[in-house]
Design a protein around this ligand. Structure first.
Ligand SMILES: Nc1ncnc2c1ncn2[C@@H]1O[C@H](COP(=O)(O)OP(=O)(O)OP(=O)(O)O)[C@@H](O)[C@H]1O
Length: 310
């Protein structure tokens, strides 16, 4: 229903989005995953007609909407990264304001506000002044505002950044419900791969302004189907041991983590006994070992040689 063709954006001659082609089918939940600065916000600003592309097209049901943004604004609900609400007004007054911008009024507006507050779980708090809300609750009001005009597609720009884990979980469940129960198509940008794994059916991985890979989660993970991830927890860092691990043929990558090491290795290579022998030699205290299937984070690491976040 919505697609972009070779979308690009340059600021003062510097290209920050280059040749981005993506599509959304009705009812899908699609993730746009990439590190800070990858170009996700710029891409969705162009899709939602808030920014003009340098080149490329945005098509809604096959029709170019760059010159006719009214059409796309009608079907899109956009939740920006920054909270765009009036702090001195109540949550209800905020939604009334946004509803009027969408052309809603009277009974229709009252009913819509009631419905969206219930969807975001804030019915009890709608009469409270916004600056008494937590960051997570403000985010939920922001999402409610984007839902007022019954959008077919909800585009969200990292809606869980900077909020507490409980609100984050609430928001993720809520978005999944909007997608599955209400059939709203979702485009969700994030640099948290766990969120995208939990929420999205299909994923575009973006880095340095370009889509570097795309597919269903399973398709992306199959890039690493011949590999597995070994998580080795240690009591402290052992740089010499790490170097030795790196030299093993069946080890593709060694990454330091908070608790120890993450080793990407060839699947089924009887590696563990060698690892333990090396650890013994370095008198390293291995406190836990865990073998995992690859995650989207590992796919990103494999494609770029870098972690999604520092
Ligand atoms: N108005 C602008 N003028 C100049 N450069 C810009 C502008 N907007 C964005 N950029 C640059 O474009 C690049 C992509 O930024 P963008 O915000 O799209 O990335 P992002 O993937 O959404 O990252 P984040 O998660 O940090 O928002 C960055 O290097 C940013 O500095």
């Amino acid at each position: 229903m919505l697609e972009t063709e070779e979308l690009s954006k340059a600021f003062k001659g510097k290209t920050v989005v280059e040749g981005v082609s993506l599509y959304l089918e009705k009812g899908e939940s699609v993730g746009l995953l990439g590190p800070n600065g990858a170009g996700k916000s710029t891409t969705i600003s162009m899709i939602s007609s808030l920014m003009k592309p340098t080149s490329g097209e945005v098509l809604l049901h096959g029709e170019n909407v760059i010159k006719n943004p009214g059409k796309i604004r009608k079907v899109l609900g956009v939740v920006p990264q920054d909270i765009a609400l009036y702090q001195e007004l109540t949550a209800y007054e905020n939604l009334k304001f946004f509803g009027r911008i969408y052309g809603l009024k009277g009974q229709m507006l009252t009913e819509k506000i009631k419905e969206v507050f219930s969807l975001v779980g804030l019915t009890d708090r709608q009469g409270d002044i916004l600056n008494t809300f937590s960051g997570g609750m403000k985010r939920r009001v922001n999402i409610a505002a984007a839902l007022l005009h019954d959008p077919e597609i909800l585009i969200m720009d990292e809606p869980t950044v900077g909020i507490d884990p409980q609100s984050r979980s609430y928001i993720l469940d809520m978005i999944r419900e909007l997608n599955l129960q209400k059939g709203i198509t979702v485009l969700y940008t994030s640099h948290y791969m766990e969120e995208v794994e939990r929420l999205c059916d299909r994923v575009y991985i973006m880095d340095h302004g370009k889509i570097i890979s795309s597919g269903t989660k399973e398709e992306l993970k199959s890039i690493l189907s011949g590999e597995e991830t070994i998580l080795m927890e240690l009591d402290r860092a052992y740089p010499e041991m790490e170097k030795e691990f790196q030299q093993l043929d069946s080890i593709r990558q060694v990454i330091e983590t908070e608790k120890g090491l993450k080793l990407i290795s060839v699947k089924g290579s009887r590696l563990l006994s060698s690892l333990f022998q090396i650890a013994d030699r370095h008198e390293a205290q291995v406190t836990n070992v865990n073998i995992q299937e690859p995650s989207l984070e590992d796919v990103f690491l494999h494609l770029t040689g870098r972690k999604l976040r520092d």
